[in-house]
Design a protein around this ligand. Structure first.
Ligand SMILES: Cc1cc2nc3c(=O)[nH]c(=O)nc-3n(C[C@H](O)[C@H](O)[C@H](O)COP(=O)(O)OP(=O)(O)OC[C@H]3O[C@@H](n4cnc5c(N)ncnc54)[C@H](O)[C@@H]3O)c2cc1C
Length: 468
């Protein structure tokens, strides 16, 4: 087993950082990347400007490798676009001699298991190497072995559907050629598709904010361009953000610009709209939904942009013993720390190899995929995750457990030290999940948007009621 490399799935920022950390520790590593270049998923939203400046986006372990290659670090205060992040950081990093020799491009991992045993078998499990099914660009399949696996394959290619219930809306599949999932480049690459047309943008996160702002800009140059914005929730405080209170100024600014667009009536907002179906009518699209129990229609529109987030592809790990948070599909221990029902502050307690471990020893999910469906992941978090995992794989538990993470807060609400959401625990007599929720309800509002508090896990009984 010690002869085998650690397999890293994905050459995004976190996969490359994982490899850099392993190389730093003298551990053999092999990186499998489905695309033809590092940062393939980021390239898909290359026109979007990041809200974290360069200083936040570079993994400490990568700095060493890049410095050796004569790389000049960009101004830490400047904000790159996705494409600039790939061209100015990920591509040079992937091209450093130590990494170039261990990355295989056009190599998609379709399954991971243990050599010779399925997930049911416990005996000698830890002594068995991992087996990865590798499918090349040419369609040829082979199996590689590894001593440990870090899955940093991201979530970008598994978008959530527009159906409010998490299932595809009626008609969604049939009309998907007129639905763009993600962040189309409406100002440039995809301009002709959106210019002079009416687009419905669905979703209430930063992706929706980016598309709506771009459509507004396009409408100034291309008459007839119109945007309608539909959100499932009614409370838009998270996407409008903390403005000047956001510790990432660009993130605060994005929300404020969107808020101004709505206030000035430059886009039509339909909040509380739960999409149930989409259908064609006279060559246009009509979207059916539910607002507070009553049916409502949006349309006709030419196109739909689904900014409804992503979810992890769980098929890869079917033959491994994996434990996910039941609703986020994040690493189990991480769930309560990042649950968007409870937290909107952007901070997460430092976490490393222990929180990211699964019942399958030697297997970790890192990067944005470790957050499952939670939308608040930052690269900085991933860099610290993989530093800790690499240290653990090297047997350096002191370094692995010394996890440090100070994330910039959104300024929307402050987490109490106990992690009890906004402003601390609610007063005992209040039917609320935190102080901010109690205050909002006392003022006659629906609440602050947080969900029911998570119940502690029931204690597990030991075995079958009697000692062996
Ligand atoms: C629009 C947008 C803006 C963002 N802005 C910021 C920001 O400003 N600051 C910030 O810190 N974070 C930001 N994020 C969040 C996050 O940091 C990024 O999504 C980041 O790319 C996550 O890195 P990752 O390495 O975990 O995954 P990814 O970047 O998604 O990389 C995964 C890699 O794995 C490869 N892959 C996938 N499946 C397989 C497979 N089966 N086999 C082999 N390879 C595979 C992919 O091709 C890809 O190269 C943003 C996210 C989005 C979507």
């Amino acid at each position: 087993m010690t002869e085998l490399p650690v397999a890293v799935i994905g050459a995004g920022p976190v996969g490359l950082a994982a490899a850099a950390n392993l190389i730093e520790r003298g551990i053999a590593v092999k990186v499998y990347e489905a695309g033809r270049e590092a940062g393939k998923n980021i390239r898909a939203w290359g026109h979007v400007r990041l809200f974290s400046p360069w200083g936040f986006n570079i993994a400490p372990a990568a700095r060493g490798l890049l410095a050796e290659a004569g790389w000049e670090e960009p101004d830490g205060q400047a904000y790159p676009t996705g494409a600039e992040l790939v061209d100015g950081y990920l591509a040079p990093l992937a091209a450093t001699p130590s990494l170039a020799s261990v990355i295989e491009y056009g190599a998609r991992i379709t399954a991971v298991g243990r050599h010779g045993i399925d997930k049911v078998v416990s005996r000698d499990r830890e002594q068995r190497p991992f087996v990865l099914t590798v499918v090349g660009d040419d369609g040829v399949t082979r199996r590689d072995q590894a001593r440990a696996v870090i899955d940093a394959s991201g979530t970008w290619t598994s978008p959530n559907p527009i159906g409010a219930g998490g299932l595809a809306a009626d008609g969604e599949e049939a009309l998907k050629d007129r639905i763009a999932y993600g962040i189309p480049d409406v100002s440039s690459r995809d301009r002709s598709t959106y210019a002079g047309r009416t687009t419905l943008v669905i979703g209430a996160g930063h992706s929706a904010a980016n598309v709506l702002l771009d459509l507004d800009e396009l409408s100034a140059a291309e008459p007839g361009t119109k945007a309608i914005w539909a959100t499932r929730g009614r409370d838009l405080s998270r996407v409008f953000g903390g403005g000047g209170d956001d510790q990432l100024a660009a993130r605060g600014d994005l929300g404020q610009r969107l808020s101004r667009l709505v206030a000035e009536g430059r886009i039509e907002l339909v909040s509380g709209f739960a999409v149930t179906g989409v259908r064609e009518q006279a060559g246009m699209l009509v979207v059916d939904g539910d607002v507070g129990g009553a049916g409502r229609i949006i349309g006709p529109v030419d196109r739909i942009v689904a900014c409804t987030g992503q979810r992890p592809d769980l098929s890869l790990t079917r033959e491994l013993r994996i434990e996910f948070d039941p609703w986020l599909e994040s690493a189990r221990t991480l769930g309560p720390m990042i649950d968007p029902n409870l937290h909107s502050c952007g901070s997460v307690p430092p976490h490393g190899h222990r929180e990211l471990a699964h019942p399958e020893p030697g297997f970790y999910i890192a990067g944005i995929k470790s957050y499952g469906r939670a939308p608040t992941f930052l690269m900085l978090t991933g860099y610290e995750q993989v530093r800790s995992i690499a240290a653990a794989l090297a047997g350096d538990l002191v370094a692995a457990d010394d996890v440090r993470l100070g994330l910039p807060e959104t300024g929307v609400c402050k987490a109490a030290p106990s992690g009890d959401c906004c402003g601390g625990p609610a007063p005992v007599e209040a039917d609320a999940c935190c102080a901010a929720d109690a205050e909002a309800k006392a003022e006659g509002q629906l609440g602050c948007g947080c969900g029911p508090a998570r119940q502690p896990e029931p204690a597990t009984s030991s075995c079958c009621g009697k000692a062996a």
